[in-house]
Structures are given as structure tokens and as C-alpha cells.
Design a protein around this ligand. Structure first.
Ligand code: WT7
Length: 648
């Protein structure tokens, strides 16, 4: 039996929902699904009210997902303008710089002006409704302004995380045919500078990019030198000096695209996950309010980067739709030292702090003194996202950071889901360390076996969701068939998450991790196929196989088995070169932790690489390789083990 923490009394008294309210509301959301979502839609302002609520088919041959389809709205108006009557002088965004002496606050009134001006700049550069705009930005307020400015004029943003390389950026610009890239001269993280503009310049040179890219809008952030391209580049500060500070919001259909966000899968190149306007915002708003038990006046901080879905839904759209004060942090947890997160909590009197297990583990390793030197009395609630949180990290977060006063919401969701699907609610859910617990409103999770048979009761299986919710992705940008193949073909009539899970006797879900060839590195998703094809593109590499292995801080590390071309010798220099190669092809986020040169890879007689065996070897678990009788050349395995031992 695992430990259970009941809802603390102080939380129970003040929380938006208690246990019986959650149960009742959940039941209603399932029994009267459409009327539930019709009511919830009132949390945002519609220009033209919708008549149809839900039009969904999960059938392969007629797959479509539409919510509130005939309604119209503008997302930026919902996140800004509608709050002006009541909270114009309330802080919307608190920005904390990488340098601890730098921070600023932006009120809703100021946010309105900034976003309007930004939108007018976009218009002056020829951006129109439906155009795609790529953002490659530091964690500065302008990143949020840019997203909201796109939303204001109906342009579709695609934010590319700053840890991706110029090559990866180029691929994403081409895939969605962006005419504009918004970037900054440099970004700052942990006292170091990252040359964003330089990477954009390199991307702009790539084959195919020139066809679409018409301009690059550059924010002066650090002020350091950049190379200037007169035919492409525009300084943001020069452009805004010439525009009005009001910009009417464009009326958008509920199903008009809001953004594209690229994410890795088990096959092929990254997919452009497409989210639309009305349903996404309703879902982001609902989940932000209830999962974080957001009360007016709370200071809320999500430590993610806007380059990931967490930053979209829980730094920008969810909190701002709810009129919240949202904190945005430019830096990293351990700069200037490992006390930084908790110093920020004290400095800005943060009430709700939402971060990732990898950050928690890294800070835990540094010892309690960095936490204990801070007060943290403002904290009421803690959150976790990105990967299963191991019970040790959960316990430390709970005991040391939250001093056993703050519930932890372990939120399970995905880029594809738009918002949180499974999570405790602070006032309603007794906590079990390591469990994401129970489904949110309107969410029908199920566990199925390999044949798609639903497994009842306490059991373990593949996690699927049986019905749609408004925040669900609508398609893979430009490739609807891939959307169908990836998510709706494995288990007929259900959305397949790619995760495995266990459900216990109390109906709590315990996510066990990906069941496909997708790695989770520090809460960031990486497809093994993507790294493999990058490796094979290197002139000395004949074949490569990538697997994950347990890593103390990152959760999973990247282990690569590389077969070199005949006559090429593996060396430390070549290992280094291959790491550099991956950093260039994909980005620092995909840096291999281990490269093992392998004379051959274990394959079945039909030529399929047996990753199960490679995983065991990477884990140093040689005793449990399982059945290797179907291998074409069993001796390959002995070689791999021998080499693996030499690596330790
Ligand atoms: C994958 C989605 C959702 C924002 C961050 C990652 C894993 C995410 C949890 C959690 C266990 C989790 C899953 C999921 N994951 N949160 N609380 N417990 N696993 O978004 O890059 O789309 O990755 O992250 O494996 O499928 P993403």
C-alpha cells in the first residue's frame, strides 16, 4: 500500500472544489457531456455565440474533431481586453530576468498596449489572418506579446524552442511555410548567451527556407552585435516606433487555428500539432483554474519555457484567460545558485509553483540548505509535469520545499491534449506520491490490452482516451492522414496516448511511461527515429539505434549504438564529433549521453532491430535480455555486452 495524503484542512476550506463537488461535476461532465461543455464555454467571451457544441468522430474513415464550430471569438481579446474593465492595473505578467537584479511587471493595461503595437508591427510586415509566424525567442515578455499579437490578428504562431538548432528551425519554417520569424539578438540562460539571431541567419540560408521567409523581426535583448541582413531583417524597436497603440482584434471562428507546435513521435520528422481557438481556450482556462485552484490575486508561476506546450497553456493562455498574474522566468534553477527558484518565490510572493521532476531532482541533489535558506511561506500549492515523478523526488518536494503544507498536483498531459487530462485537484484529491490520480472533467481514460480490449478494474495497459475534449489537437498540420495513423489507428475508435499506465483499486492512474519509441529527456520529448536518422546522415555512420536508459537527473538519458562504415575505427574524437553533429542537426536538447560503437546490431531474421535487447544492454541489465533465439546473429549481443562493460 502506498502512502496517502489527505487534503490539508486549510486547503479544504478555501479550495474551489472539494471531493464531493469534484465527483458530482465529473459525473455530470460524462453523463451530460455536451451540456457540461456548453456551460463551461461561458468562461470565455464569444463574439458570436455557438449553436453546435460538439461534432466529433473518432472513426478512422471520417475522423474529425470540432468544438463550438459556429461560434466566433478572439483569443487575445479574451486574454487581455475583457479584463480591462476590472483589472487594468493588476499585474498580468511578472518577468524575472536571468540576472537576479532584473525583473519587471506588466499590468493588463500595459499588456494591451504592447500586444496591440506588436500586432500592428506584424501587419506592417504583411502578416495576415491565417499566415504562419515562427517564434524563436528567449523567455522574455516579448515572447508572450508576440504570441498574443499573432492571436489578435488571426496569424498562427509556431514557437520553436531556443534549444533547437538552425537546421531544426529551418525544417519547421519550411513545414508550415512561415513568412516571418520573430527572434532576438541573443537569449540569456544561467549567465550564458545563446546566439538566436545567428541561428536564424543560418536557417534562412537553408534550401527551401527562402521560398517562404520574407522577414525576420529582431528584438534587441542583450544588445550584443549581430550580423544584419538588410533585405530580411527588421529591428522590433524601430518598427514599433511607427505604429499605433491600438489594434482591433480580428473575429475568428472557434475552429480557426491558433497555433502549431512541433513535437517528436516514434517515426519520421516532428509533427506540427495543430490547436484551434475556442475549445483550446475553454480547456486551458478550465484546467488552469481548477488544477491550480487559482483564486483572484494569486501569484502563479510555471517554470516551463514558452517553446513547449506547458508554456503555451500554463504561462500564457490559461492564466491570462483567467485574469491571473503569471510569472515568467528567463533563467535556470541553479543560477546564480541552487536557491534561485525559492528566492524567486520569496521575492514575488509566489503562491503556486509548477515545475518539472527533472528540476526537482537536480535541486534535491544539491541538498536542503539551498531550500532552507529561503522562507517559501507564500507557497500554497506545488505542481509537477513532464514525466512520472519518482516517489523520492515527490517526497522531497513535499517535505522540504512545501514543508508538508502544500499539496502537489502531478499533472499528466501531452502536447496533443492541449491541457491537463489527469491530475489531482488540491481540495478534492487525496494524494498518492507518484500518481497523477484521477481524470479531469469530460475526460474518459481507459486501459486496453494489445488487441484493444478494454481492461476493467485495477489493471495495467495502454492508456487511451475514449472521447474528445475541447482542448484536443485537431490535426497534424498539413498531414491529416498522419494524425489518423498516429493516434486513431492503433486502437479503433479511441485516442491513443502512447503511454502505458496502471489503475489501482481506488481508480487512480499511475503513468508508467511511453510504450512507443519516444524518449522523455528532462520532460522533453525526443523520437528515437529522429536521432537515428540524424546519425545515419553522418558520412562515417552505417547504422544507428537509439534507446533510453535511466538517468538520475534527466529521468531518461539518450544511449546510442552506432555501427560505423567498413574500415572506420571508433574513437573518442569521433564520439565527440557525433555529439556535435546531433547538436547541429537537431539541437543541444538531443545531445547523446552515451555513444557506443557496435560492430553489428541485434536484428531479427527479417532485419528488425531488437530494441528490447538494446535497452537492457544500455541499462546494464545483462541478466535479463529475454529471448534472443529469434536473432539472426546471436553473437552480436556478446560483442555489445563486452563493449558496454568497457564503457563503465
Ligand atoms: C509525454 C508528453 C505535457 C507537457 C509536458 C510534456 C509524459 C507528461 C507526465 C506526468 C507521467 C508524464 C508522458 C506524455 N508526461 N506529464 N505528470 N506523469 N508522465 O509534453 O512533450 O507532449 O510529452 O510526457 O509520457 O505522453 P510532451
Amino acid at each position: 500500500m502506498s502512502k496517502v495524503y489527505s487534503v490539508p484542512k486549510s486547503i479544504a476550506e478555501s479550495a474551489l472544489l472539494n471531493e464531493s463537488q469534484y465527483s458530482k461535476m465529473y459525473q455530470q461532465s460524462i453523463d451530460n457531456n455536451e451540456s457540461f461543455w456548453a456551460e463551461q464555454a461561458a468562461r470565455i467571451d464569444w463574439i458570436k455565440p455557438f449553436k453546435t457544441i460538439k461534432d466529433v468522430s473518432y472513426q478512422k474513415d471520417d475522423l474529425h474533431i470540432r468544438w463550438y464550430e459556429d461560434g466566433t471569438l478572439n483569443v487575445s481579446e479574451n486574454c487581455i481586453d475583457r479584463h480591462l474593465a476590472t483589472r487594468a492595473d493588476q499585474v498580468a505578467i511578472i518577468w524575472e530576468g536571468d540576472d537576479p537584479s532584473v525583473s519587471k511587471s506588466i499590468t493588463y493595461r500595459e499588456l494591451h498596449v504592447e500586444v496591440c503595437k506588436f500586432a500592428n508591427v506584424l501587419k506592417s510586415l504583411g502578416v495576415e489572418k491565417g499566415d504562419r509566424v515562427t517564434l524563436y525567442m528567449p523567455m522574455i515578455p516579448e515572447a508572450a506579446f508576440a504570441m498574443l499579437a499573432c492571436a489578435r490578428i488571426g496569424a498562427v504562431h509556431s514557437v520553436v524552442f531556443g534549444g533547437f538548432s538552425a537546421d531544426a528551425l529551418a525544417g519547421r519554417i519550411i513545414d508550415c511555410e512561415s513568412k516571418l520569424v520573430i527572434t532576438a539578438d541573443y537569449s540569456r540562460r544561467g549567465g550564458k548567451q545563446i546566439p538566436l539571431k545567428n541561428n536564424v541567419d543560418a536557417a534562412a540560408e537553408k534550401e527551401g527556407v527562402k521560398e517562404y521567409l520574407q522577414s525576420v523581426l529582431v528584438i534587441k535583448n542583450t544588445g550584443d552585435d549581430v550580423v544584419w541582413n538588410e533585405s530580411l531583417d527588421y529591428w522590433y524597436h524601430e518598427c514599433i516606433a511607427q505604429v499605433e497603440d491600438d489594434c482591433p482584434a480580428t473575429e475568428m471562428g472557434a475552429e480557426d487555428p491558433l497555433f502549431i507546435l512541433y513535437t517528436s513521435g516514434s517515426t519520421g520528422k516532428p509533427k506540427g500539432v495543430l490547436h484551434t481557438s475556442g475549445g483550446y481556450l475553454v480547456y486551458a482556462s478550465l484546467t488552469h483554474q481548477y488544477v491550480f485552484d487559482y483564486h483572484d490575486g494569486d501569484i502563479y508561476w510555471c517554470t516551463a519555457d514558452v517553446g513547449w506546450i506547458t508554456g503555451h497553456s500554463y504561462i500564457v493562455y490559461g492564466p491570462l484567460a483567467n485574469g491571473a498574474t503569471t510569472l515568467m522566468f528567463e533563467g535556470v534553477p541553479n543560477y546564480p545558485d541552487s536557491s534561485r527558484f525559492w528566492q524567486i518565490c520569496d521575492k514575488h510572493q509566489v503562491n503556486i509553483c509548477y515545475t518539472a521532476p527533472t528540476a526537482i531532482r537536480a535541486l534535491m541533489r544539491e541538498g536542503d540548505s539551498y531550500v532552507n535558506s529561503t522562507s517559501r511561506q507564500s507557497l500554497r500549492l506545488l505542481g509537477s509535469v513532464g514525466e512520472p515523478i519518482n516517489p523520492e523526488a515527490w517526497q522531497w518536494y513535499y517535505d522540504v520545499v512545501g514543508e508538508q503544507r502544500c499539496p502537489i498536483v502531478d499533472t499528466w498531459w501531452q502536447t496533443e491534449t492541449g491541457g491537463i487530462l489527469i491530475s489531482p485537484l488540491p481540495g478534492a484529491t487525496p494524494l498518492k506520491p507518484g500518481s497523477a490520480s484521477r481524470p479531469l472533467f469530460g475526460i474518459k481514460p481507459a486501459l486496453v490490452d494489445g488487441d484493444g480490449m478494454e481492461l476493467p478494474g485495477a489493471t495495467e495497459g495502454n492508456l487511451v482516451i475514449s472521447d474528445s475534449w475541447p482542448g484536443q489537437m485537431r490535426t497534424v498540420y498539413g498531414d491529416h492522414q498522419r494524425f489518423i495513423d498516429t493516434y486513431f489507428s492503433t486502437f479503433e475508435g479511441r485516442y491513443f496516448t502512447g503511454d502505458g499506465a496502471r489503475r489501482d483499486e481506488d481508480g487512480y492512474y499511475w503513468i508508467t511511461g511511453r510504450v512507443d519509441d519516444v524518449l522523455n529527456i528532462s520532460g522533453h520529448r525526443m523520437g528515437t527515429a529522429e536521432i537515428e536518422s540524424a546519425l545515419v546522415a553522418h558520412q562515417e555512420v552505417a547504422e544507428a539505434a537509439v534507446v533510453g536508459y535511466p538517468h538520475d537527473i534527466k529521468g531518461q538519458g539518450i544511449y546510442t549504438f552506432v555501427t560505423l562504415n567498413a574500415g572506420v575505427e571508433g574513437s573518442q574524437a569521433l564520439e565527440k564529433e557525433l555529439v556535435q553533429w546531433i547538436r547541429k542537426e537537431i539541437g543541444p536538447v538531443a545531445s547523446p549521453d552515451f555513444i557506443q560503437f557496435a560492430p553489428g546490431l541485434p536484428k531479427t531474421r527479417s532485419g528488425k532491430i531488437m530494441r528490447r535487447i538494446l535497452r537492457k544492454i544500455a541499462e546494464d541489465d545483462f541478466a535479463n535480455l529475454g529471448d534472443i533465439s529469434t536473432l539472426a546473429e546471436p553473437a552480436v549481443v556478446d560483442d555489445l555486452i563486452e563493449n558496454r562493460k568497457n564503457k563503465n
